[in-house]
Design a protein around this ligand. Structure first.
Ligand code: CTP
Length: 392
């Protein structure tokens, strides 16, 4: 059911646009409040009045000249989910490349809500490397793709490129907006903590925080309630609650205050901190023979020890091979451990890519190929949601 949910339907120019009238009808029947954008090309195939009659409101057709001064930001903020059906190769190309030249692409670039894209085009266009490149980009950027299906195409051709049926799209939207998802509380830690030695210097590590931030953003795109406790100076999507911390102690404090169903501990927490942090800057003339260190709290262990223990995912950046990580997964009693070898090119701290091995609580391993940190985030969330569903 989509009772009261705010759904934006963008219809772009293809013969399958007629099916979007049925899609709009199905969404309304499911209880959704539906607003429609029609591109100029879409109106070559189907009239605005059809959608007005089905949804009870006039479709939006242009970036300029509407009654609102900024229809794309209004629609982007209004919707809880956006659908593009049918999505033509040109709209896909614009969105994949961030070209906001029409109302559909400008709205999709602005919205922070999840977007479902249902491509429809001739087989040759679908299979063209440019289209496939753009589709890969959209998937990497967190858009959800549905179809295309195979079957009859425009002009009597047959092949892959048919838009999926309206009922299937409604099901996908229901899954995207399911109440379970919006209430799933995801806690993510990210970045490398900094342990002060004096007001100027600290002990730190080379973690960039990119992996943890990618996970938090991806979880937010899926509609989860996300808290990100981060020691990294990186941005996050506006729907993510960000708690900025510096030290392991601060991270423990921040994490302790957050209830969660899933805890993804991607931070590189310092294991030791200087026992004393000098109030004034330590000068060269004073000399410093050694730094006494004390252990920091184990943030992950504190989450594992909770009475209401969330699903816990640990990370292990190692230099000595996977065996140590397998042992760590079992000893730390995590549900999943994401291992990566930081000495491998393209898998290190500041890299945008990662090659990881997923290890479950029993020490079973699943190696994943090299991929972007966003793709790792997406697959990891798929896996967590799958494991939670299997338990339920
Ligand atoms: N972790 C944590 N708090 C710490 C240390 C680690 O929450 N003080 C978490 C990390 O975020 C990570 C997991 O524990 O998810 C494993 O971190 P790692 O540094 O590999 O484990 P350690 O127990 O510190 O083991 P070692 O440094 O000896 O490899």
């Amino acid at each position: 059911m989509l009772q009261g949910r705010r759904v934006l339907l963008a219809v772009t120019g293809g013969v399958a646009a007629y099916k979007s009238a049925i899609l709009a009808r199905r969404l309304v029947e499911a209880g959704a409040e539906v607003k429609v954008i029609l591109t100029d090309s879409a109106r070559e195939f189907i009239g605005a009045q059809t959608f007005a009659a089905i949804t009870g409101g006039q479709p939006f057709t242009t970036l300029f000249g509407e009654t609102s001064v900024s229809p794309h930001t209004d629609l982007a903020r209004w919707c809880e989910v956006a659908i593009v059906a049918p999505a033509t190769a040109s709209t896909i190309g614009r969105v994949a490349n961030g070209i906001s030249s029409d109302l559909v692409s400008a709205t999709l670039l602005t919205t922070r809500s999840p977007v479902l894209i249902a491509p429809a085009m001739h087989t040759e266009m679908w299979e063209h490397p440019a289209t496939q490149r753009n589709i890969n980009t959209l998937e990497r950027d967190g858009y959800l793709l549905i179809g295309p299906a195979s079957g009859a195409l425009a002009g009597g051709d047959v092949g892959i490129g048919r838009v999926v049926e309206p009922e299937e799209i409604v099901e996908a939207v229901e899954a995207m907006l399911s109440p379970d998802d919006s209430t799933l509380r995801v806690l993510v830690t990210a970045g490398g903590t900094r342990e002060p030695l004096d007001p100027v210097r600290y002990l730190g590590n080379r973690s960039s925080g990119k992996m943890g931030h990618a996970i938090a953003d991806e979880a937010a795109r899926r509609g989860f309630t996300v808290t990100l406790v981060t020691a990294a100076d990186l941005s996050a999507l506006p729907t993510v609650k960000v708690v900025a911390v510096e030290t392991a102690d601060e991270m423990l404090d921040a994490v302790s205050g957050e209830d969660a169903d899933v805890a993804i501990m991607a931070a590189a927490v310092a294991d030791f901190r200087p026992s004393k942090s000098s109030e004034g800057k330590i000068s060269r003339a004073d000399g410093l023979d050694s730094i006494e260190l004390s252990p920091t709290p184990d943030v992950l262990a504190s989450v594992v020890a909770r009475d209401e223990r969330p699903f816990v995912v640990g990370f292990a950046a190692e230099t000595e091979g996977v065996e140590r990580a397998i042992e760590k997964a079992v000893v730390k009693k995590v549900d999943l451990l994401v291992y990566n070898d930081v000495t491998e090119p393209g898998s290190g701290f500041e890299s945008n890519t990662n090659r990881v091995v997923l290890i479950d609580g029993e020490g079973q391993t699943e190696p994943w190929p090299m991929m972007s940190k966003q793709e790792v985030a997406s697959l990891l969330l798929d896996r967590i949601v799958g494991d939670l569903a299997a338990r339920a």
